[in-house]
Design a protein around this ligand. Structure first.
Ligand SMILES: Cc1cc2nc3c(=O)[nH]c(=O)nc-3n(C[C@H](O)[C@H](O)[C@H](O)COP(=O)(O)OP(=O)(O)OC[C@H]3O[C@@H](n4cnc5c(N)ncnc54)[C@H](O)[C@@H]3O)c2cc1C
Length: 266
């Protein structure tokens, strides 16, 4: 699968918040539960989904406005509902189908926006709806080296990929986080180094440390590298430009901007 294949998937899954836990200073983990999540497809890696949330400020939310899939026409119909639930993109952190539970890690990024502020105070019993979008990462079995790069919003995706990669994979994962206290446990292959970069008290813009690290990286064999670049939009944009300039074929680079500094998701 790839990031573009998600729109072909059909089906929505109702759930409710079961638990809300602060896992690190900038990350809140919501456990979502419900019978629908027993049949939510379990794909592992960086499986992501559309999350339909309650409207802010306690406004009534019409979850019936959620379409079965997100083709252009379905999306336009959804937009016509003034009381529609807002929509954001998130990653499955862990899925326990036997219990009908999914954990989702939300970056806590202040008071702006909808999903981040909601997650901070979400209460057990609050309703949401999920739409599976598949995986963006496609394991390249012929790759001699895997480069995975992202910021804190990509932490769930990169940690999931590391968890599910073949144990003999070789590579480097670069994960930029706000603070070293935001490091999480990783169960990756021994041959994949995990490099955490903390912005800490520096004035670095989100993504700047990760980009500098990618620019300092020269693949041994560019034509057999597999690269995955996600997070704040400058990470995939500048990271890809560098890798192409050192000879990595464009077809071997998966890249998606997850969010954009100063710009709310539509
Ligand atoms: C495939 C995919 C998977 C994703 N998985 C996850 C995930 O598992 N966990 C996760 O936390 N995010 C994830 N994201 C990113 C998430 O969708 C965005 O961060 C989203 O903008 C958050 O929505 P919001 O309502 O909080 O903020 P918005 O309303 O979109 O934006 C409001 C303001 O907040 C700022 N902002 C948004 N996100 C961040 C951030 N991460 N850090 C700092 N400032 C921010 C914006 O620049 C804007 O100024 C994923 C994105 C994609 C495309």
């Amino acid at each position: 699968m790839g990031f573009d294949d998600g729109r072909k998937l059909k089906g929505v899954y109702a759930a409710e918040v079961l638990h809300n836990k602060q896992v690190t200073p900038h990350m809140v983990r919501l456990t979502l539960g419900g019978d629908d999540l027993r049949r939510f497809p379990q794909r592992g890696f960086d499986q992501w989904f559309r999350l339909f949330l309650p409207r802010p400020n306690g406004e009534a939310t019409n979850f019936d406005a959620v379409p079965e899939k997100l083709g252009t026409i379905d999306y336009l119909k959804y937009l016509r509902h003034g009381d529609r639930p807002p929509l954001r993109n998130y990653t499955v952190r862990e899925h326990r189908p036997d219990l009908g539970e999914i954990d989702v890690d939300f970056v806590v990024h202040g008071d702006l926006g909808i999903a981040g502020p909601w997650a901070r105070t979400a209460q057990p019993g609050e309703r949401v709806v999920l739409m599976d979008q598949g995986t963006g990462f496609d394991f390249a079995a012929d790759a001699s080296f895997h480069l995975l790069v992202g910021d804190e919003s990509a932490l769930p995706a990169i940690v999931g990929i590391l968890r599910d990669m073949p144990r003999d994979a070789r590579g480097l994962a670069i994960i930029e986080i706000p603070d070293m206290a935001d490091v999480q446990d990783v169960a990756g292959p021994e041959g994949v180094e995990v490099r955490w970069l903390a912005r800490g008290d520096s004035a670095a813009q989100p993504g700047a440390l990760a980009i500098a690290e990618v620019k300092a990286f020269t693949p041994e064999v560019p034509t057999t590298l597999s690269a995955y670049l996600v997070g704040e939009r400058t990470i995939p944009a500048e990271g890809r430009r560098h890798l192409v300039s050192v000879g990595v074929p464009k077809s071997r680079i998966t890249f998606v901007g997850y969010w954009r500094i100063g710009k709310a998701q539509a």
